[in-house]
Ligand binder design. Structure first.
Ligand SMILES: Nc1nc2c(c(=O)[nH]1)N[C@H]1C(S)=C(S)[C@@H](COP(=O)(O)OP(=O)(O)OC[C@H]3O[C@@H](n4cnc5c(=O)[nH]c(N)nc54)[C@H](O)[C@@H]3O)O[C@H]1N2
Ligand SMILES: Nc1nc2c(c(=O)[nH]1)N[C@H]1C(S)=C(S)[C@@H](COP(=O)(O)OP(=O)(O)OC[C@H]3O[C@@H](n4cnc5c(=O)[nH]c(N)nc54)[C@H](O)[C@@H]3O)O[C@H]1N2
Ligand code: SF4
Ligand SMILES: [Mo]
Length: 756
C-alpha cells in the first residue's frame, strides 16, 4: 500500500488548518472546501469512483480519486449532488484518513477473558467468529426468544443488519441518532403538520429573508448544504437571529445574538407567538386557510408576554419584540429552524412543536423561503418472503408509554437489559453496528451495568472503539470507501439517487456490512432472504426498475429524476395535511386525547445547584462525535479539545488559559481524564462548554498486545461521562441531556494513586 503524503492533504485543506480554532470564522471554513480549480487539475490524471460520504450523516456524494498504483488520493464532492454542490466539508475531505488509519480493526476478534477484567481478545478467522455468533444468537433464541436479541445501529451499514434481524425474527432495534438526537423534533412537526422533516431538513434557506436558529450551531455543526445555504444568506444580507447561551460561530455571523438562559427556549417561543399574534404579524390568509386552533392558541399565549419572558430567558423584552417583528417582516420567507439534535431538557417535543407552530403562523410551511415540499425516488424493495412476525418489538417497549415513540427508543431498549428489569420484554443479547453507546446513550454508568448484564454481545465496527471492549465477538467492517451500501435516495427539491461504490478492496481482513449480515443470515438458516451472492445484484435490479443501472450510476455518481409534485403550495391551493383535522394543528387534537399539552406551555427546569456550572456540549467543525478523532488527517487539524470557561469563573477558580483541569458531577463522579482551559467571554458566566466525542477510553488487548485509538485515547473529557441527570421526554421517551452540571477540579484527583 502506497503511503499518502500528508502534505498533499494539508494542501487541499490549507484553510482547514487555519480553521482548527474552536470557532473558526465561517469564511475560513469555506476556504477549506476543495476549490473547483484543484478538481479540474485532478480530472485527467486519475481514476474516479463514486462514493457517498459517511464521515457524518449528511451523506454528501463525491468522487474518490485513485492514482495509478490504486492508492486513494483524494475525495471530492460531486458537482451535481444537492447535499454538497460539489464541495465536501473538511471532515469529508479528510475522510480518506478513516481508510488509512492503521489503528483499525484488522481481523475478527473473540473474547478470551471475563468482561470486567482486562478486555482480552484473540484474533480469529471469519469462520470461527461467525460460528460463535450463530451459537450465541441461537442460544438467546432458545432461552428467551429471538426478540431478546436487540440491534443498535447508525448510518448506512444499519439497513444490512436491520434486514438480517427482521428476517430472523427480531424487531427490537433502534439508533441513538433517534432517541438521543432528532426524534423529538420529528414528533413536534408530525403533531403539527402530519409529517416529519428527515435529512436533509427541507428548509429553503437559499430563498429565505430571515433565519432563526435556536441552539442549532451551523458552522460548528458542519451539515454541508446548510452551511453553504447560510453563507449565501449572509451574502444576500438576510437577517439571522441566533439564540444561544454561547457566542457560537453562527452567533458571530448573525444580525442579532440572543444569549438565552439555558433551558428557557419555550418561554421565548411563546413570547414570540404572543407578539406575532397580537401585532397581527402572522400570515392571516394562510392561518385562516390551513390551520386549526388559532383562537385557542391566541388565548393561550396572552399570558406569555415579552415582559414575562424577559424575566425567565434573561433576554430583554425590547429584543424579544424586535426579533418577533423581524420574523414577521420576513414572513413567509422566515424559517425558524427546527434543529437536529433536539434531545435537550425533557420537554423537547413541546419545544420543537412551539417551533413548528411559529413557522405555521409565519406561513412558512410549503412556501418559498420557508419549508419546501420534498420528493424522493422510490426504489422497489428487495423481493423476499414476508418477514416472520416477532412476539414483541420495540413498539411494545415504548409505544404504550410514549405515544410519539415513532422509532425504537434506544435508552428504553437498553433499560430492558438491566439486571433489575423484571418485565416481559427482556433484552439479553445485543448487536451493535457503527454506534458507541458508551458516549451516546445516557447515563454511562447505567449503560455499563446493562452491558455487563448481557449474555451475548456482537460489535461490528471499524475501530477499537469503547463499545468493542464489551463484545464477545468483534467484527471488522470495511470503511465506506471500501464498500457498497444501499443507494442513497435523498428527498430534496430535485429527487435524486447516489451510489456508494467500493473504491478499493477492504484493507486487512475487514468486510463490508452486507457480506457480514448475509453470512450470519446463511448460518441462521435464512437463505430465502439472501437469494443473491453479491449485494451489487440487488442494487442493479432496483436501479433497473427506475430506469437506471449500476453501469450508469458508476458513471454518474448522482442521478436526478424529474419532479412530479410542486415544491411549494400554489396560491389558494386546497391542501390536506396528514392530521386528524386535515389542517396544520396549532392545537394538537392527538396530544389533547393522549393527555399531553395540546399547546406548548413553559415549565421551569430548576436552577444550577450551588457550587456547580452548567455543562453545555456541542460539535466542533473538524470532527464528527468520537468517530473521526483518530483519523490521522483530522486529528492533525484538531487533536485536543478545550473547556470554555468565562473569565469570571476563571477568576473564582484562579484558572489560567491552557491550565489542566478535571470535572466532577453532582453525583461525585470525576472525569477519567483532564482537559485544558480556554478562557473566553463567549460562554455564560455560569456555564462551561465541552465539545462532544473526546475522552476516549477504548482499550482492548489482542493476543496480549494493547489495541486502542492511540491518537485520541485519554485526550479530553467525555461529556457523556459527566451526564447523570437524564430528563425523559414524555411524548417520545427520548433523553434530555442538557440539564447537567459540573464542578471544576484544579488538583489532579488521581495524583495519589499514580504516586503511591
Ligand atoms: N453525551 C452526548 N450524547 C449524544 C450526543 C452528544 O452530543 N452528547 N449526540 C447525540 C447525537 S446527535 C447522535 S446522532 C448520536 C450518535 O451516536 P452514535 O450512533 O453512537 O455515534 P457515531 O459516532 O455515529 O458511532 C460511533 C461508532 O461507529 C463506529 N464507526 C465509524 N464508522 C463506521 C463504519 O463505517 N462501520 C461501522 N460498523 N462502524 C463505524 C465508530 O468507530 C464508533 O464506535 O449520539 C447522541 N448522543
Ligand atoms: N462538525 C460536526 N458537525 C455535525 C456533527 C458532528 O459531530 N460534527 N453532528 C451532526 C449531528 S448528528 C447533529 S444531530 C447535529 C447537531 O447539531 P445542532 O442541532 O446544531 O446541535 P445541538 O447540540 O442541538 O446544539 C448545540 C448548541 O446549542 C447551544 N445550547 C445549549 N443549551 C441551549 C439552550 O438551552 N438553548 C439554546 N437556544 N441553545 C442552547 C450550544 O451552545 C450549542 O451552540 O450536528 C451535525 N453536524
Ligand atoms: S457534511 Fe462533510 S462529513 Fe458530512 S457527509 Fe458531507 S462531506 Fe461528509
Ligand atoms: Mo444527531
Amino acid at each position: 500500500m502506497g503511503k499518502l503524503n500528508r502534505r498533499d492533504f494539508i494542501k487541499i485543506s490549507g484553510g482547514a488548518a487555519a480553521g482548527a480554532m474552536v470557532t473558526p470564522p465561517l469564511t475560513n471554513i469555506f476556504q477549506s472546501f476543495v476549490s473547483k480549480k484543484e478538481k479540474h487539475l485532478l480530472e485527467g490524471e486519475a481514476t474516479k469512483v463514486s462514493t457517498v460520504c459517511e464521515v457524518c450523516f449528511w451523506n454528501c456524494a463525491g468522487w474518490v480519486y485513485k492514482d495509478r498504483e490504486n492508492n486513494i488520493r483524494k475525495v471530492i464532492g460531486n458537482d451535481i449532488d444537492p447535499h454538497c454542490n460539489g464541495r465536501l466539508c473538511p471532515r469529508g475531505t479528510g475522510g480518506l484518513g478513516m481508510y488509512y488509519d492503521n489503528d483499525r480493526l484488522k481481523t475478527p476478534l473473540i473474547r478470551v477473558k471475563s468482561k470486567d477484567g482486562k478486555q482480552s481478545f484473540r484474533k480469529a478467522t471469519w469462520d470461527e467468529a461467525l460460528d460463535v455468533i450463530e451459537k450465541g444468537m441461537k442460544n438467546i433464541e432458545k432461552k428467551y426468544g429471538k426478540e431478546s436479541m436487540a440491534l443498535l445501529f447508525h448510518g448506512k451499514t444499519g439497513p444490512h443488519f436491520e434486514h438480517l434481524f427482521k428476517a430472523w425474527g427480531s424487531d427490537t432495534m433502534g439508533e441513538p441518532a433517534g432517541a438521543q438526537c432528532l426524534i423529538t423534533r420529528e414528533a413536534g412537526f408530525i403533531a403539527t403538520y402530519g409529517s416529519g422533516l428527515g435529512s436533509p431538513e427541507p428548509t429553503d434557506i437559499t430563498n429565505a429573508d430571515c433565519l432563526v436558529l435556536l441552539g442549532h450551531h451551523i458552522g460548528e455543526n458542519m451539515h454541508n448544504g446548510h452551511v453553504q445555504d447560510v453563507s449565501t444568506l449572509i451574502d444576500r444580507g438576510g437577517t439571522i437571529i441566533t439564540v444561544d447561551p454561547r457566542f457560537s460561530t453562527m452567533a458571530a455571523h448573525s444580525t442579532s445574538w440572543l444569549p438565552i438562559k439555558p433551558g428557557t427556549d419555550i418561554a421565548l417561543l411563546l413570547a414570540w407567538m404572543n407578539v406575532i399574534i397580537n401585532e397581527e404579524l402572522y400570515d392571516r390568509d394562510y392561518v385562516a386557510k390551513y390551520t386549526y386552533g388559532f383562537e385557542e392558541l391566541k388565548q393561550h399565549v396572552q399570558k406569555y408576554s415579552p415582559e414575562w419572558a424577559a424575566g425567565i430567558t434573561t433576554i430583554p423584552a425590547g429584543d424579544i419584540y424586535k426579533s418577533a417583528r423581524q420574523m414577521g417582516g420576513g414572513s413567509p420567507r422566515t424559517i425558524v429552524h427546527p434543529g437536529r439534535h433536539t434531545a435537550w431538557y425533557g420537554d423537547d417535543t413541546q419545544r420543537t412543536r412551539a417551533i413548528a407552530i411559529l413557522n405555521a403562523l409565519l406561513g412558512a410551511w410549503g412556501r418559498k423561503g420557508g419549508f419546501y415540499f420534498t420528493e424522493k425516488v422510490k426504489l422497489p424493495k428487495e423481493v423476499h418472503p414476508p418477514f416472520p412476525k416477532p412476539k414483541w418489538t420495540w413498539k411494545n417497549i415504548s409505544k404504550e408509554k410514549h405515544k410519539m415513540a415513532i422509532m425504537g427508543i434506544t435508552n428504553e431498549i437498553m433499560d430492558n437489559g438491566l439486571p433489575e428489569y423484571k418485565g416481559p420484554y427482556k433484552v439479553k443479547g445485543m448487536f451493535f453496528t457503527a454506534t458507541n453507546p458508551i458516549q451516546s446513550i445516557p447515563d454511562e454508568d447505567k449503560i455499563k451495568r446493562i452491558l455487563e448484564n448481557q449474555e451475548f454481545i456482537v460489535v461490528v465496527d471499524t475501530m477499537p472503539s469503547e463499545i468493542t471492549g464489551y463484545a464477545d465477538v468483534v467484527l471488522p467492517e470495511a470503511t465506506y470507501l471500501e464498500r457498497l451500501d444501499h443507494i442513497r435516495t435523498s428527498h430534496h427539491k430535485s429527487p435524486n439517487i447516489a451510489l456508494r461504490y467500493p473504491a478499493v478492496k477492504p484493507r486487512w481482513e475487514s468486510k463490508p456490512g452486507w457480506w457480514i449480515a448475509r453470512e450470519i443470515g446463511l448460518r441462521l438458516g435464512l437463505k430465502d432472504f439472501y437469494e443473491w451472492e453479491d449485494f451489487e445484484e440487488v442494487l442493479d435490479w432496483q436501479l433497473k426498475q427506475v430506469g437506471s443501472s449500476m453501469e450508469e450510476m458508476k458513471k454518474l455518481g448522482v442521478k436526478h429524476f424529474p419532479r412530479k409534485t410542486p415544491i411549494y403550495l400554489k396560491k389558494d391551493e386546497d391542501y390536506w395535511f396528514n392530521t386528524n383535522t386535515g389542517k396544520i394543528e396549532l392545537y394538537s387534537t392527538d396530544f389533547a386525547e393522549w393527555g399531553y399539552d395540546p399547546m406548548p406551555t413553559y415549565k421551569p427546569h430548576g436552577d444550577i445547584p450551588a457550587g456547580y456550572l452548567r455543562l453545555i456540549y456541542g460539535r466542533i467543525p473538524m470532527h464528527t462525535f468520537g468517530r473521526t478523532l483518530n483519523n490521522p488527517y483530522l486529528n492533525e487539524l484538531k487533536n485536543e479539545p478545550k473547556l470554555w470557561v468565562n473569565p469570571k469563573v476563571a477568576r473564582i477558580y484562579g484558572l489560567n488559559n491552557e491550565q489542566e483541569v478535571w470535572l466532577q458531577n453532582p453525583k461525585g463522579k470525576i472525569s477519567s481524564f483532564s482537559i485544558k482551559v480556554r478562557i473566553t467571554e463567549r460562554i455564560r458566566h455560569n456555564s462551561v462548554f465541552l465539545p462532544h466525542g473526546f475522552g476516549n477510553k477504548g482499550r482492548i488487548f489482542v493476543d496480549g498486545k494493547v489495541q486502542e485509538m492511540h491518537l485520541t485515547y485519554g485526550r479530553g473529557i467525555s461529556d457523556a461521562e459527566m451526564i447523570s441527570n437524564v430528563l425523559i421526554d414524555p411524548e417520545t421517551g427520548g433523553t434530555g441531556m442538557k440539564n447537567n452540571f459540573v464542578k471544576i477540579l484544579t488538583d489532579n484527583p488521581y495524583k495519589k494513586e499514580t504516586t503511591s
